[in-house]
Structures are given as C-alpha cells and as structure tokens.
Design a protein around this ligand. Structure first.
Ligand SMILES: *[C@@H]1O[C@H](CO)[C@@H](O)[C@H](O)[C@H]1NC(C)=O
Ligand SMILES: *[C@@H]1O[C@H](CO)[C@@H](O)[C@H](O)[C@H]1NC(C)=O
Ligand SMILES: *[C@@H]1O[C@H](CO)[C@@H](O)[C@H](O)[C@H]1NC(C)=O
Ligand SMILES: *[C@@H]1O[C@H](CO)[C@@H](O)[C@H](O)[C@H]1NC(C)=O
Ligand SMILES: *[C@@H]1O[C@H](CO)[C@@H](O)[C@H](O)[C@H]1NC(C)=O
Length: 824
C-alpha cells in the first residue's frame, strides 16, 4: 500500500515536471523561464543553421550540452557548456531559472553547470541565434544586444564569424579558445589561443603557460607578418582596441560557413564548408612554417626560410655562441656587438620586412608619431627598439621595446620596419657600407640610368594604355575586394581582355601544351612579363568565392623551386590560372628526348633532383598550407632559363576543392606510373604518396627512361621494378642513362638510386620523408636502410592513356582500381 502511494506521488511529480518541459523540438528556438530542454530535445536557430542539445563526443558515452551545425551530417560541435562536468546518462536536462540563470541538472537533481548574470531580468528567455550564439536576455522590452549572458563570451575550441577573441577591460572577461583534451573529451586541453593580455595587440598561442606562436602585432589591417590572416574577397579580419575592449574577430562574405578551430595538437586552422563536395575544406593553418615556432632564433635573432630555415642575428648583433650557431643550434640567440648599452648606443638602424618582435616589456602609445617615438626611445637607456604601430588606422601610433627582442622573422612583402638601437660604431660602419655601395653604383649608374629612362617611358606608356583600357566599360566579371595595398588584387584577378591581348586571342601559335584540364597558352603581359595561361575547364565543383580564396592562398606559396602562380582569370564558367612562363619547358621534354638529354650532365641532373626535393619539402613542411601535390610527374616539373627545377600545378587539388581534410578521396587526382599503390587503389593519400611520385621521377632522371612504357627484352617489369632487380643483382649502375657516358661518381649515383628506391617502397611508412631525402642527398655519410621491394613494380597492361592528359579530376577510383587489378 505504501509502495503504491509512493509511486503515485512520484508519478505526480514526474507529470508536473514533464508538463513544464519544452513541447516543441525542432520548431522551437526560445526557452522561457522554468521551461526545460531534455536530453532528446534540441533548440534550433531560426534560420535552421545551428542546433543546441545534448551529445556524446567521439566514443565517449558521457553527455554534454553543446551547439553544432544542424545541416552538416558529421556532427561538428562548435561550443560546449559543461566541458569539465559531463552528465553520465541521458537523464539530465537544461532549464532556465526565473532569475535568468541557465542550469544543467543531473538525475540526482544537482546543478552540474550553470551560467550567471550580472543583473536580474524581469522575464528571461534563452535563444539560439543564427550566428550560433546562445543567449539569455530579458524578453520584455529589451531588444538591445545587451544580453544577460551569451555563449560567445565563453568560447570552446571554435571561433565563429562575429565571435570576439579578447578582453573586456571593464569586466576583466578574457574570451579565449582552449583546445579539447581529446576527441572524446571536450574539457580544456593544453592549448589556449588568446589576445595577449599585456597590451601588444596580438594573438598568442600557448601550451600551458609557454608561448608557442604569436601573430605579431596588429598593424592597420592585418597582423604584422601574418600572411594568412589578411583580408581577401571572402574573409576580413577585424581588430578593435579602445578603452573598453581589445579583441579580434572576423567577418565572412557571401554566407560562407566558416570556423577557426584550435585542435588538440595546437594547430589553429580555418575551415569552410564546401557545398559542392559536402566536406570541410581546410583553407589554412594560422601558424605555418618553422619560422613561426616562438623564439626559434633566440634573442635578437631573426628567422628566414629560403631553401630551409635559417636564423640570423639582427644587424649590430652577433651569435652568443658562434660554435652552437654553426651547428644550427640557435637557441642561445645573439648579443650586441658593442655592449656599452647606453654610452655608445645612440642611434637606430632601420630593418625592413620584419614581423615585429616580442619582448618582456614594451610600451604602446596609439597617438604618438614616429618622430616622437624615436625621441622617446632615445631618452631611456633600456629602450632597445621602436616601430610604428598604427592600430587604429589613424596614421599614428608607436611601440617601444625594453629588454631582449625575440621572435622576429623575415616576411617578404608583408613585414614592417623596425628601428633597432645600435652602437655609434655600427652606425658609422653601416653608413660607410652604404657609401661604398654608392660608389659602386655610380660606376654603373650612367648607362643603366639611360636604359631606365627608356624603360620607364615605355612602362608609362603601357600603364597609360592600361588605365585607358580599364576605364572603358566592359561587361566582364570584375572583382573588387577588400584588400590592403600590400597585395594588388588587380594583379591576382586579371581581366579576360588582358589575357586575350597577351595570348593573341588564344591563337594556335601561342598554344604550348595540353594540361590535364585543357590547353596551355603562352602569353606576354604589357609589362613584358611572360606568362603561361592554363585553362581549367568548367567542371570544378567549387563555388566562385571559394575558388578565389584558394587562388589567393595558393599564390602566397612562394619558393625558388615552385612555379609562381601569378593569378587567375574568370570568364563565365571558364577559369584560367596564370603562371610565370618557364623558358626550358618541362622535365619530360628534356630527359626523355635523346637530343636534349645529352646536354644534361650528372651535376645538372643532381641539381634538378635536389630542386624538386626542396620544393616538395616546402609544400609538405615549411609552407603554411601543408600541400600534398598529388600529381607530381616529370611533365609537372618545369625548368627556368637557368635550368632550375620548379614544381608546377601544386595546389591544384586545393583549387579544385579536393577534400583536403580527409585522407581518403573518391576522386583520384593523379597519373598512372607516378601514383603510389595505396592512392591508386584505395584513394588513400598522404605526404608519402608524393614521396612515391618523387622516387619515380628521380629514377626517371638518372635513367632517362619513363616508368610507364618502360621496355626491357629480358622481363616485363616497369622502370622501378627494373631498378629493384638491378639493385638485387648488384648491377645497379646499369640503370644510369647511357647519355651520361659514365661521367659520374659511382658512389653518388648509387646513393641517389638507393634514395629513389627508398621513396618507392610498397608501404608508405617505409618510404623516406622529404626532409630525410634532402639530408641524405646532401651528405656523403648518412646511413641508409636497404630498400625492400617497391610498390607497383610489376604493373603491366594498364589502360594506355597518355599520362599528360588523363582526365584526372573526374576519374573514379573504383574504375582505376578495377583496371589495376585486372592488370595483374
Ligand atoms: C524523449 O524521451 C522521453 C522519455 O525520457 C519520451 O517519453 C519522449 O517520447 C522522447 N521524445 C522524443 C522526441 O524522442
Ligand atoms: C549529480 O551531480 C552531483 C554534483 O556534481 C554529483 O555529486 C552526483 O554524483 C551527480 N549524480 C549523478 C547520478 O551523476
Ligand atoms: C560567473 O561565473 C564565473 C565562474 O563561476 C565567475 O568567474 C564570474 O565571476 C561570474 N560572473 C559574474 C558576473 O557573476
Ligand atoms: C602618447 O603620446 C602623446 C603624443 O606624443 C602624448 O601626449 C601622451 O601623453 C602619450 N601617452 C602616454 C600614455 O604616454
Ligand atoms: C625606462 O623605461 C623603463 C621601462 O618602461 C622604466 O622602468 C624606467 O623607469 C625608464 N627609465 C627612465 C630613466 O625613464
């Protein structure tokens, strides 16, 4: 009897509770006071973009309250409420108390998480906005954005457009990103990304309390020395610094679904959703090459990447320990050449193109002119440098540094001027140096000046013509974007009329080849610059804005061994990429041609191999975008007039929205003979698939023979199979091109072939990395493992397609794998 009574009582409580639960699930987007949201219910934003509810991350069974994109199939969580205190079953619920607090209640009726408010509302309501912001506000007569509480103030690992990262100086609130501990555990992990609290307007990534990376100070429209966080046609960074708040945020155009994520390994990456191929596109990683490692070069050191990472002391400074410096251990940094700090350091030298340094102490004055700044710095003995820092875009603003300068790097085109205090003696010698230069200049100046005048007048004529031409009305797509003066969009997005003029209206005589997607034309811009215009056809599966932002990003990849992407041209559906023109065409037209290949001696071949390896290492490791080429082959290696090897078509997979973030693709972009087994058969790609292709090219360069179509009377192996056979029989050097006439050091050649074989190993994990390839090729002593059997060495009967025109982007991996299996 008692039991029955208890049960009835219990039922009664339950019923009264249930009645106050939110009735609507999908349609409802407001939670009124005392209403509750159960584990199986969700709130949806009015535009159906975001959804709030309970979820279990990864393989965990714990329940968390979070926000994700409603229409994106793989649940992408952008915010988590109870990061530290999960619910252990689905009996919990969210409710809004009468005084405006959100409460997350577990089954034993304890509050496991709550929000708080600064003031008491009359009638609170909670709502999920279209921006993804979950807010609590007073629903009676309060339409302002003065929310009682908002999730945007407590970010997890994701920054959405419009979300602020930084400080509310009035309340002391610091909005920052913190990584998840793991994909199963959203509690705060090791990494945080925040606006530097000490006053320099910059973003800092920390692991624990140690700085790992910083953006450099905000300057005008961008961060000093950060090439990716700059405005382009779809993305605009914003930095606000005033008496009330200091924060970073960003805007996107065209409704692009975009997010920054600080992942578990400390990478800050920007993704956008690609509707064409439903997937997240990794647009860029904020911290990129090795020079971005905080303080890599120690104090007063500056980092630069040309071929590889290199530290140098700022002018007027020398390595603290020259011995260690020589051994590439830069951590000791540099010391002033003249250490009588105040007595002798009475002037400044100007260094240009730098990411502005960090220091233990500095002072920012947003209204001080650069002249006063110099005077201010000179006054104080411990001031070591100053620079202009125009945070508010007023033209004024300066920063002065005290203590050792750290974490600077060279940033061509984007960097700032830094004035470093040096000894008087250094000033004299630097003046002397420039004088010497001047005298030399005078000697050659007169004839050069004449030529310059001539050139300048020709240039003016063309500029005049261009301006006149441009002012004519025309109906082409003309792209104007938010862009600063550092990067001229006009150059990046060329008008079709310019391309037509440059290529004689795409005349047959200007056609220089057939790429994977369409013809390639040679052209010449009015400036005299020779260009190659590559047609991309129409079926790219990527939206216009995405295409444009990809072009902007890829055009920023710059390395001596990459063909420079100058820009693009968009004419209706037809897209074209504009590259610099390469005098000596492609590697395949050289090494597989008896007449031309005889000009390639061993040294030249070695230089070409090392050039390709350097370019590839830059793509793989040192560039910000971490590009996997995916279609490396001899015809994609071009040679300039000095026979420097340059990789072309890198980034094409990106430009075509090639599902960057997944290690597996349905669309195999590649060419038979160069594709690694795992890629051709399973569509699995990684850096090691490029290494495979590199190995094939290496063997082709030393042998002068094509891998595909290789013929030997004694067996039916392809070139890599042949090389492996010779290696095993101890007759390796028979592989060498007869055109070399045995003019090469045998040890070098053997080493080179061994590297080639180690690159084409069957299993990706047994292949070398590009950095070890370079190390080995540079050294005569590095120990090398014995190669095992290569992948695809017995391939035969592959479909007989011309490698240069395989219809790549649309080829289907199933189709390829079937053919490969048939071929066995
Ligand atoms: C949610 O779960 C409750 C039981 O906890 C159940 O009665 C209700 O039907 C469920 N609602 C939905 C929409 O699944
Ligand atoms: C509910 O939360 C309280 C406080 O965090 C905790 O002590 C209790 O064990 C939780 N109950 C359940 C069933 O998880
Ligand atoms: C809100 O709660 C947090 C964490 O409990 C606390 O640090 C903060 O001071 C509170 N803010 C207000 C306005 O009460
Ligand atoms: C900043 O510079 C201006 C102009 O030189 C000066 O009047 C002002 O006092 C300075 N502010 C601070 C905080 O030093
Ligand atoms: C020089 O600047 C430092 C740092 O701002 C300050 O602590 C020190 O008092 C200044 N010295 C003089 C002489 O102004």
């Amino acid at each position: 009897m008692e039991i029955l009574r208890d049960s009835i009582l219990f039922l009664g409580i339950c019923c009264s509770l249930i009645s106050s639960f939110l009735e609507v699930s999908n349609a409802g987007y407001t939670l009124a006071a005392t209403q509750s949201l159960k584990d199986n219910q969700t709130l949806v934003s009015s535009d159906q973009k975001f959804e709030l509810g309970f979820f279990s991350p990864g393989s965990s069974s714990d329940r968390y309250l979070g926000i994700w994109y409603k229409n994106i199939p793989d649940k992408t969580v952008v915010w988590v409420a109870n990061r530290d205190c999960p619910l252990h079953n689905s009996e919990g619920f969210l409710t809004l108390s009468g005084n405006g607090k959100l409460l997350l209640i577990n089954e034993t009726r304890s509050v496991v998480w709550s929000s708080n408010t600064s003031r008491a509302p009359r009638s609170p309501g909670a709502q999920l906005l279209d921006s993804g912001n979950f807010i609590v506000k007073d629903v009676v007569g309060d339409n302002s954005e003065n929310y009682l509480w908002q999730s945007f103030d407590y970010p997890s690992n994701t920054l959405l457009p419009g979300m602020k990262l930084g400080w509310n100086l009035k309340t002391g609130l610091n909005r920052h990103l913190s990584s998840w501990r793991s994909s199963d555990d959203p509690s705060p992990g090791d990494y945080t990304y925040s606006v530097d609290p000490r006053g320099l307007p910059q973003l800092v990534l920390r692991k624990g309390s140690t700085k790992q990376f910083r953006s450099g100070p905000w300057y005008g429209e961008q961060f000093s020395g950060d090439r990716v966080l700059t405005a382009n046609t779809v993305f605009k960074p914003v930095f606000v610094s005033n008496a009330d708040e200091v924060y970073y945020t960003y805007e996107t155009m065209d409704n692009i679904i975009s997010r920054f994520v600080l992942d578990q390994s400390g990478l800050v990456q920007h993704f956008s959703w690609n509707d064409g191929h439903p997937s997240w596109n990794l647009l860029f990683t904020v911290q990129g090459d090795r020079c971005d490692h905080y303080g890599l070069c120690g104090s007063y050191g500056s980092c630069d990447i040309i071929d590889t990472v290199k530290c140098e002391c700022l002018r007027g400074f020398s390595p603290r320990s020259p011995q260690e410096w020589k051994m590439l251990d830069w951590s000791g940094g540099c010391v002033p050449d003249d250490s009588h700090i105040c007595k002798n350091r009475e002037g400044f030298i100007k260094l240009t193109g730098l990411k502005l340094p960090d220091a233990s102490q500095f002072s920012v004055n947003v209204s001080m002119s650069i002249k006063d700044c110099e005077a201010e710095c000179l006054k104080n003995c411990s001031c070591v440098a100053y620079a202009k820092l125009d945070i508010r875009g007023t033209g004024n603003g300066c920063v002065t540094w005290f203590g050792e300068l750290i974490d600077t790097r060279e940033v061509a085109n984007y960097g700032q001027d830094l004035y470093v205090r040096v000894a008087a003696s250094e000033l004299v010698s630097s003046a002397h140096r420039s004088k010497e230069k001047k005298q030399m200049v005078v000697a050659v100046a007169v004839p050069v000046a004449l030529a310059m005048i001539l050139l300048a007048s020709i240039g003016c004529f063309f500029i005049w013509k261009r301006i006149n031409g441009a002012s004519k009305p025309n109906d082409q797509v003309s792209i104007s974007g938010a862009r600063n003066e550092h990067n001229d969009l006009e150059l990046l997005f060329l008008e079709i009329s310019t391309i037509e003029a440059a290529t004689n209206n795409f005349s047959a005589t200007n056609k220089i080849g057939e790429g994977g997607f369409g013809p390639v034309y040679k052209g010449e811009l009015p400036s005299g610059q020779e260009i190659a215009v590559k047609m991309l056809g129409e079926n790219s599966g990527q939206g216009l804005q995405e295409f444009k932002s990809e072009v902007i990003l890829v055009s920023q990849l710059q390395h001596r061994n990459l063909v420079k992407l100058l820009g693009c041209c968009i004419q209706g559906e037809q897209r074209m990429l504009i590259y610099e023109y390469m005098q000596n065409r492609s590697l395949d037209s050289l090494i597989f041609d008896e007449a031309r290949s005889s000009s390639l001696n061993w040294q030249k071949r070695k230089d070409i191999i090392i050039g390709i390896a350097r370019g590839l290492l830059y793509l793989h490791r040192d560039s910000r975008l971490r590009v996997i080429h995916r279609d490396l082959k001899a015809s994609n290696i071009l040679l300039d007039s000095d026979m420097n090897a340059k990789i072309s078509d890198f980034g094409l997979a990106r430009i075509f929205g090639g599902e960057q973030t997944e290690a597996k693709t349905k669309r195999v972009v590649g060419t038979y003979g160069y594709m690694s087994p795992e890629y051709a058969i399973d569509g699995q790609y990684s850096l090691k698939s490029d290494v495979f292709s590199f190995g094939v090219i290496l063997l082709e360069i030393v042998s002068g023979k094509k891998n595909r179509g290789f013929f030997h009377p004694g067996h039916k192996l392809n070139l890599i199979g042949h090389a492996w056979k010779l290696w095993n029989e101890g007759k390796t050097l028979e592989l060498m091109d007869v055109m070399l006439e045995n003019q090469f050091p045998a040890s070098e050649a053997l080493r080179c072939i061994q590297v080639g074989l180690l690159c084409v190993q069957q299993r990706p994990e047994e292949r070398l990395t590009m950095s070890s390839v370079l190390l080995i090729l540079d050294s005569e002593t590095a120990l090398l493992p014995q190669p095992g059997p290569p992948g695809f060495y017995a391939e035969r009967c592959l479909p007989d397609t011309d490698s240069s025109s395989v219809g790549r982007i649309n080829s289907d991996s199933n189709e390829i794998s079937v053919k490969l299996l048939e071929g066995r």
